[in-house]
Write a protein of this length. Structure first.
Length: 284
């Protein structure tokens, strides 16, 4: 029985769409689905608990890493999928992800499908550039809101550290040959609606990158294959997207500077997430 661990912090508006997209059975037997409500002040737990086949855990600690560790302790089997509560997996994604795991491929993630139709023009331009970047098209773990590990892969590290970027941390535990982007599987990632929300989200992403460099500098150098020269070649191959690349570069310049200030000596303790994409009602 494969396990699914979903950390959720105030996700009452979107947790149902995430859970409704999961098959309760049909892939290597039934799924063990565990939602860990961490520091919730809304009805996330009630919404999740109303869905048959879902186990809900609650903690007062508003920490994703803490929720992931609690979910790991409660989960009983492998392979194991870690899924963000605001992401939907397309039909067939879970069996495709688990089937891609092997003795050599220890970590996999679905291909993200960025939902930008409701986003502003500048946000759409940002994501059009991002989707051309080498990192987006490489064997990544991160950006799709989901990743799966085999038992051997999960044994590569201990508990999830108290950092922002859990997926970035997981990615760095594996060489490029040990991880795979499964194009047969897709996750629907609901993007920020406006520039302000995008800047908030990307500041958190960049703050997570700072933490990773401080925590795993050696692994970052060894297992992160994308180099500046590759980004330059990407831009040269898509000159018609130059305005989008300018937007992308400007946003990243701003958010990296903000992140350096936000991270501070005590780390980034607040949820600098995007709430603009979490306004759908539970029935949607």
């Amino acid at each position: 029985m494969p396990s699914v661990v979903i950390p959720a912090h105030n996700e009452a508006n979107v947790i149902r769409r995430c859970l409704d997209a999961l098959p309760i059975s049909g892939c290597q037997g039934d799924l063990e689905i565990i939602v860990v409500c961490n520091g919730c002040t809304d009805e996330t737990a009630q919404v999740a608990d109303a869905i048959e086949g879902v186990r809900v855990l609650q903690t007062e600690t508003a920490s994703k890493s803490h929720a992931l560790n609690l979910g790991d302790e409660a989960a009983s089997s492998y392979p194991r999928l870690y899924l963000d509560a605001d992401v939907e997996l397309e039909s067939g994604a879970i069996p495709a992800l688990f089937a891609a795991l092997s003795e050599k491929v220890l970590a996999v993630s679905p291909a993200p499908r960025f939902q930008i139709k409701r986003s502003s023009l500048l946000v759409r331009m940002f994501y059009r550039a991002w989707m051309k970047m080498p990192f987006y098209n490489s064997s990544m773990i991160g950006g799709s809101g989901a990743y799966a590990l085999s038992e051997k892969g999960r044994s590569r590290f201990g508990g999830f550290p108290d950092i922002i970027s859990d997926d970035g941390y997981v990615r760095l535990q594996f060489s490029q040959d040990e991880r795979r982007l499964v194009t047969e599987a897709a996750s629907l990632v609901h993007c920020p609606r406006n520039l302000k929300s995008l800047l908030s989200m990307m500041t958190r992403v960049d703050a997570g990158g700072i933490e990773l460099r401080e925590l795993e500098g050696g692994l970052l150098a060894r297992n992160e294959e994308v180099r500046p020269s590759e980004r330059i070649r990407t831009i040269a191959k898509h000159p018609w997207l130059l305005p989008s690349f300018v937007v992308y570069a400007t946003v990243r310049f701003i958010t990296r500077r903000r992140a350096a200030r936000v991270i501070g000596p005590e780390g980034c303790s607040k949820w600098g997430r995007d709430d603009s994409s979490r306004i759908e009602n539970r029935a949607s």
